[in-house]
Design a binder for this molecule. Structure first.
Ligand code: PRP
Length: 173
């Protein structure tokens, strides 16, 4: 048996996306913004976020993974790298969740070597209790407890990504 315990409603998420976008529109006014979505998990947050941005911007994506089942392997696999050069650009990484920090730290180190004008991170969810690697997260949607979550792009073995809300995933029995 699997239980889904509601954590964040669709309305709560959408309200927070608007708040974050308002801040980003102010912070990136007059900059050379490239928004980088980290797939697969960030696809829903990314698309809701960018449609609320009013500053000039370009998009690009990376496909990165490190989890099997509910555990990190500790090693990240880059399945697809950026198509654009980021040199001299104001890069904003958009990620669904920071858990151990291993994924974002690795991506950040990789992108810093390509000499962006600036590099910041926006994550919808921050599970601080699980952090193993210190990574600066500049914009956070919600701090969440140390529970395995699904929905709004986030998966359990590639399922549940389509849910428009976020729930705690619990195996029972
Ligand atoms: C998830 C999530 C983050 C990462 C966070 O990705 O999307 O990228 O784990 O965990 P960490 O802070 O412990 O590294 P996953 O490897 O499950 O791939 P996915 O995005 O395709 O679901």
């Amino acid at each position: 048996m699997v239980a889904q315990i509601p954590l964040l409603t669709e309305q709560q998420i959408q309200d927070r996306v608007i708040e974050l976008a308002t801040k980003l529109n102010s912070d990136y006014d007059g900059k050379n913004l490239l928004v980088v979505g980290i797939l697969k998990g960030a696809f829903m947050f990314f698309s809701d976020m960018v449609r609320r941005l009013t500053v000039p911007m370009a998009v690009d994506f990376m496909i990165v993974s490190s989890y099997t089942d509910t555990e990190t392997t500790g090693k990240i696999n880059v399945h697809y790298d950026l198509r654009e050069s980021i040199t001299g650009k104001d890069v904003l990484i958009v990620e669904d969740i920071v858990d151990t920090g291993i994924t974002l730290n690795a991506i950040r180190q990789m992108l810093l070597q390509r000499a962006p004008a600036s590099l910041k991170i926006c994550a919808l969810l921050d599970k601080k209790e699980r952090r193993l690697v210190n990574v600066p997260v500049d914009y956070v949607g919600f701090d969440i407890p140390n529970e395995f979550v699904i929905g709004y792009g986030i998966d359990y073995n590639n399922n549940y990504r389509n849910l428009p809300y976020i729930a705690v995933y619990k195996k029972e029995g």
